[in-house]
Write a protein that binds this ligand. Structure first.
Ligand SMILES: NC(=O)c1ccc[n+]([C@@H]2O[C@H](COP(=O)([O-])OP(=O)(O)OC[C@H]3O[C@@H](n4cnc5c(N)ncnc54)[C@H](O)[C@@H]3O)[C@@H](O)[C@H]2O)c1
Ligand SMILES: [Zn+2]
Length: 351
């Protein structure tokens, strides 16, 4: 699996000639999106693809998680076949994580796999879900349970499209970017805390820098560990052990993913002081900042249920739960944390 090419900047979605170079020998692409994104950005990207000399077969998936179903993928594959797309064709996915997950999965199985380009349109997508090659759909038994590793040939992060994101989606994406700062990049964390108001307002320059740096971190880590077999990719789970648990205990859809990760990072900061040597002062300062970010507080949350959900997490070993914690801001380690301490941190935050 070769590394994806990364294009970041305002307006890059329209420079299709650059990001489709060498993509499809047959000069045929499926352009896959969903109605919300299509209305705003679809026609422009379609025109750019045609301008780059490609024939375009367009298909819209349903909005949100409904895209990540067998039925939706089946329909897409049938449209691709009816449009005469052969093995020398390619797919372009334009949308949030739901679209890139489902369409990337379709690309991984269509005629045993064709190349694809991911054009993520949410901040979460540009920092996380649109990169790295994890594609898939949901099953009745849970989220993301069927899928494939299929890395895109290119990832096109157009920061201009982020201007139309609803504020909660923006904060959720920024939560994921704060994670890259805390785990790998103290300078990014500093910059984000200083420029938070501008970032939350969607100002172009700092947003551009955050996407550039966050996406590069994700790409670099994935290159070290493309199939999630070795250590480095695990560090991307900072804030996610309790974050995922919180998402499911609060009820799906109550918290956006990045909002749950912000709560998860607040718990992980507490656990880092005793279990990973983070200084209490650094933990307090970082926690104060995270506490100032406007995210909803989940109601009537039972810390024991949270612990049970974290225990189910695949990273769990024996009587302790594997956690990514911080030694200092910008340096992460993986540690097994006793359950009593997790419970104490959850009580402090949610009771
Ligand atoms: N593959 C991975 O590595 C990975 C990682 C994290 C998350 N995910 C998956 O990503 C999905 C969530 O993705 P998401 O948060 O991007 O949500 P999403 O794809 O459901 O999109 C959220 C909403 O934002 C709207 N939208 C998208 N772009 C917009 C824009 N530029 N302006 C205005 N509105 C816009 C969409 O119409 C939709 O209503 C989940 O299914 C999750 O499992 C995958
Ligand atoms: Zn995440």
């Amino acid at each position: 699996m070769s590394d994806e090419k990364l294009f970041v900047g305002a307006g890059v979605r329209l420079k299709a000639r650059a990001w489709t170079r060498g993509l499809s020998r047959g000069k045929n692409v499926a352009l896959v999106s969903e109605p919300g994104v299509w209305r705003r950005y679809g026609p422009g990207v379609e025109k750019a693809l045609k301008g780059a000399g490609l024939r375009v077969a367009r298909h819209l998936l349903p909005t949100g998680e409904a895209a990540k179903s067998w039925d939706a993928v089946d329909e897409l594959l049938c449209v691709m076949l009816e449009s005469g797309l052969g093995r020398d064709s390619a797919l372009v996915a334009l949308g949030g994580g739901a679209v890139t997950d489902a369409a990337g999965f379709a690309a991984s199985i269509y005629l045993r796999g064709i190349p694809w380009v991911s054009v993520p349109t949410t901040l979460l997508g540009q920092l996380d879900s649109g990169l790295g090659g994890k594609t898939g759909i949901n099953l009745a038994g849970g989220k993301n349970l069927a899928g494939a590793f299929h890395r895109p040939a290119a990832v096109v992060c157009d920061t201009e499209v982020l201007k139309t994101l609803p504020p909660r989606e923006r904060v959720s994406g920024l939560g994921e970017a704060l994670k890259y700062g805390l785990v790998f990049d103290a300078a990014l964390w500093d910059m984000m805390t200083r420029r938070w108001d501008a970032l939350a307002a969607g100002e172009a320059r700092p947003t551009d820098e955050v996407v550039r740096r966050g996406a590069s971190w994700k790409r670099r880590i994935v290159a070290l560990d493309p199939l999630e077999m070795k250590g480095p990719r695990e560090l991307l789970n900072f804030g996610h052990t309790l974050g995922h648990a919180l998402e499911s205990v609060a009820g799906l859809g109550v918290l956006r993913h990045g909002e749950a990760v912000i709560w998860g990072m607040r718990a992980a900061l507490r656990l880092s002081v005793k279990n990973a040597g983070l200084s209490a002062a650094a933990a307090l300062e970082a926690d104060r900042f995270l506490a100032s970010v406007p995210v909803p507080t989940p109601r009537r949350l039972d810390p024991k249920r949270l612990l049970a959900a974290a225990r189910r997490d695949k990273k769990n070993r024996g009587g302790a739960v594997r956690f990514v914690l911080l030694r200092e801001i910008g340096k992460a380690v993986v540690v097994c944390v006793p359950e009593g301490e997790i419970l104490a941190a959850a009580r402090e935050l949610f009771l």
